[in-house]
Design a protein around this ligand. Sequence first.
Ligand SMILES: Cc1cc2nc3c(=O)[nH]c(=O)nc-3n(C[C@H](O)[C@H](O)[C@H](O)COP(=O)(O)OP(=O)(O)OC[C@H]3O[C@@H](n4cnc5c(N)ncnc54)[C@H](O)[C@@H]3O)c2cc1C
Length: 186
Amino acid sequence: MKIVGGKWSNWSGGVTCKPRKIVAPKDEVDLAAAVRQAEGPVRAPGTGHSFTPLCASDGTLIDLSAFTGLKNLDKEAQVATLAAATPLWQVGPLLHAQGFGLKNMGDIDRQTLGGVVGTGTHGTGRTLKSFSAEIAGFRLLLASGEVIHCTANENPDIFAAGRTSLGMLGVMTEIAMYVRPAYKLR
Ligand SMILES: Cc1cc2nc3c(=O)[nH]c(=O)nc-3n(C[C@H](O)[C@H](O)[C@H](O)COP(=O)(O)OP(=O)(O)OC[C@H]3O[C@@H](n4cnc5c(N)ncnc54)[C@H](O)[C@@H]3O)c2cc1C
C-alpha cells in the first residue's frame, strides 16, 4: 500500500483512489472517534495486497499502522493476541522470541493479520488451515464506535462471519490466533 499526495494505491498499482480524508488513529479511542465522524464510504486497508478494489474509497480511509504488536500470549491455551494491523513478517519474530510460531503461512509475509483474516488468505499443506480458520477471537469496532469482543461463545454469529468479512462488519483492532510451539520447517 502506498499513500502519496493524498492518493492511495494497492500493491500492484492497479487500484487507486483519492479519499476526501485519510486518518491515522493512535488507539481504539481515536479510531472510534474517526469512524463516528467519517464522511462517505469508510475503508480500512491492510497493506493493500488485494487485487480487487476492496479498499478504494472517495470517502474516508483509515490508516491502521499504529495497531501493531503482540498484546498477550496464553502459553497454556496456545493463543496469541496481536494488534490487527501487525504485518505477518513481524508476527514470526514476536512469537519466536516466546517459543511459539504461526501454524501456516502464505507465500509472502507482507500482509497484515487483519487483511489475511479479512480475505481468508491460505497458506500451503493439505492438512493446514487458512488464517481465518485459526482464529480464537477478535475485537471489532462497529460503525457506531462501539467495540465488541467476538469468540465462538461471545457474539458467535459475528465471530463466524467476521472471519472472512472483507472489512464489511467493522474494523478489527485485535486478533487472537491459535499458535503452536516453535518448530523447524523442512
Ligand atoms: C504477492 C502476493 C502474494 C499473495 N500470496 C497469497 C497466498 O499465498 N495465499 C493467499 O490466500 N493470498 C495471497 N495473496 C492475497 C493476499 O494475501 C490478500 O489479498 C490479503 O488480503 C492481503 O492482506 P492485506 O493486509 O494487504 O489486506 P488488504 O488487501 O489491504 O485488505 C483486504 C481486506 O481486509 C480488510 N481489512 C484489513 N485490515 C482489517 C482490519 N483490521 N479490520 C477489518 N478489515 C480489515 C480490508 O478492509 C479489505 O477488505 C497474495 C497477494 C500478493 C500481492
